[in-house]
Design a protein around this ligand. Structure first.
Ligand code: ATP
Ligand code: MG
Ligand code: MG
Ligand code: MG
Length: 470
């Protein structure tokens, strides 16, 4: 089953069960300054769960574009994490609850995706006996394959507001994929037990004091990772080996004159590039731009990281914008908003890439000189201060300095780098405070002027009076 087929099957399954299919919301959350990115299918529906807004439909199903930057380091190192991925979901706003959500999830994975029942494992929250009963008695999952887990994985909450226990579906991919530890089981960080679907049962309201009171209108929020399901159904070793990624990676490999599947270093680079390029392409298409803060910084970081991995492939000229074109071609049917923005997206990526390559060129010359100096002096380390200067003045990432230094047998003083960074932060902070102070004073003077009218200096003629006033 292709990624496209899974997407369609899921949405159709829930449509047939009374759900309205809605298009993916933007990656940039609407009206929610508390988060940078849409990181789950429920994000656009938060106000319906909190009761701030009334939904038009009580049952909704979507395939939501998601970005999770905390997973950046896992990309290519685990078989299952991306910065950008697609989350399939079904939602109930005060309509059906566990009694329907659980059997439907089971029916979908076993009858429609045809995953073998004996390979599926279920997790539930510690004391969620209601979920246990449904999984065990209604659905028929053997008790020994239902695992009770704690709050960190199986309870969803975001401070004050609606919250509730979760239940997840895992696929056992077989011992050969495991870490071999005697403790290996559901929840182990290795690749054997793959979490594919999370069902959140929104049934409590958490108040400021941390009390949980049952909600009158309970809700359902589920999230299934499309790329993970595709990897299981296509019988491949990682999300990157599914049709959703291979086209993009093969294109990049061709472009670089490389081949996927022969050298782990090259493979990692191809995976990271494909992942980051998908994220940047979708984010820019949704209106984000590279910059130095917040969302802009995330884009810049992803793009620069991809460029760096391009160097591993031996590519030294702009290429990401071409990969972005491949991403758009592959995803434009599922996300029709991509095509009309494609020229803009490619232009933004290319410009940013060119700028970074210039930065790299300038920084590289200086770094070569530093390396020569260090070698001549018989030192095996680049100072933290120098590494920081490269970073601060040329936008030269520390990892890159380390990488190039390592090629010449040198290390970088990372503690010194951190110290220089901290010093810079302190300087920036006091400069900022100074400006704030000045502007505060400015505001005060303006208010005074508005209240008292223009002041005129009268000290020359009436020194006495002025002194008296003082
Ligand atoms: P994991 O424990 O594997 O990091 P998670 O528990 O953080 O996943 P959830 O927040 O429960 O994930 O999200 C719902 C589903 O979205 C997961 O079951 C998984 O299928 C998918 N998913 C989550 N994070 C990623 C990611 N970084 N890349 C691809 N798919 C993901
Ligand atoms: Mg996670
Ligand atoms: Mg998890
Ligand atoms: Mg989860």
């Amino acid at each position: 089953m292709t990624g496209k087929e899974i997407r369609e099957k899921y949405l159709k399954f829930f449509q047939e069960r009374g759900h309205q299919i809605l298009p993916s919301a933007s990656l940039i959350p609407h009206n929610d300054p508390s988060i940078l990115w849409t990181a789950a299918g429920m994000v656009p529906f938060k106000p319906f769960f909190t009761g701030q807004a009334v939904p038009e439909y009580k049952r909704v199903t979507t395939c939501q574009k998601c970005i999770r930057t905390p997973d950046i380091e896992s990309v290519g190192r685990t078989a299952r994490h991306h910065t950008f991925f697609e989350m399939l979901g079904n939602f109930s706003f005060g309509d059906y609850f566990k009694e329907s959500a659980i059997p439907w999830a089971w029916e979908f994975v076993t009858e429609h995706l045809k995953l073998p029942k004996e390979k599926l494992w279920i997790t539930i929250y510690l004391d969620d006996d209601e979920a246990f009963e449904i999984w065990h008695k209604v659905v028929g999952v053997p008790a020994e394959r239902i695992v009770r887990m704690g709050k960190d994985t199986n309870f969803w909450e975001i401070g004050v507001g609606p919250c509730g226990p979760c239940s997840e579906i895992y696929v056992d991919l077989g011992e050969a994929r495991g870490c071999g530890s005697p403790d290996c089981g559901v929840g182990c960080d290795c690749d054997r037990f793959l979490e594919i679907w999370n069902l959140v049962f929104i049934q409590f309201f958490r108040d400021e004091e941390g009390n949980y009171t049952p909600l009158k209108n309970k809700g359902i929020d589920t999230g299934m990772g499309l790329e993970r399901v595709a990897s299981v159904l296509q019988g491949v070793l990682s999300n990157f080996d599914t049709d959703l990624f291979r086209e993009i990676m093969d294109y990049t490999a061709d472009l670089a004159g490389q081949k996927y599947g022969q050298d782990p270093k090259i493979d990692l680079a191809l995976k990271v590039i494909a992942d980051h390029c998908r994220a940047v392409t979708f984010a820019v298409s949704d209106g984000a731009l590279p910059g130095n803060e917040g969302r802009g910084y995330v884009i810049r970081r992803l793009l620069r990281r991809a460029v760096r991995f391009g160097r591993v492939l031996g590519v030294h000229e702009p290429f990401l914008y071409k990969v972005a074109r491949a991403v758009i071609n592959q995803m434009k049917d599922a996300y029709p908003e991509l095509q009309p923005k494609s020229e803009h997206v490619l232009r933004v990526i290319r410009t940013e890439e060119e700028r970074f390559l210039e930065t790299l060129a300038a920084g590289s010359d200086i770094l070569s000189a530093l390396i020569q100096e260090a070698k001549a002096a018989g030192v095996s380390e680049i100072t933290g201060e120098d590494a920081f200067k490269l970073y601060d003045t040329f936008g030269f990432p520390l990892e890159l300095t380390q990488e190039i230094a390592a090629e010449q047998g040198l290390t970088v003083d990372t503690d010194g780098f951190a110290a220089a960074m901290e010093e810079q932060r302190q300087r920036a902070r006091s400069a900022r405070q100074e400006t704030e102070y000045l502007s505060e004073r400015g505001v005060l003077y303006k208010a005074l002027r508005e209240e008292l009218g223009e002041t005129r200096f009268i000290g020359y003629s009436t020194l006495e009076a002025a002194t008296n006033v003082l």
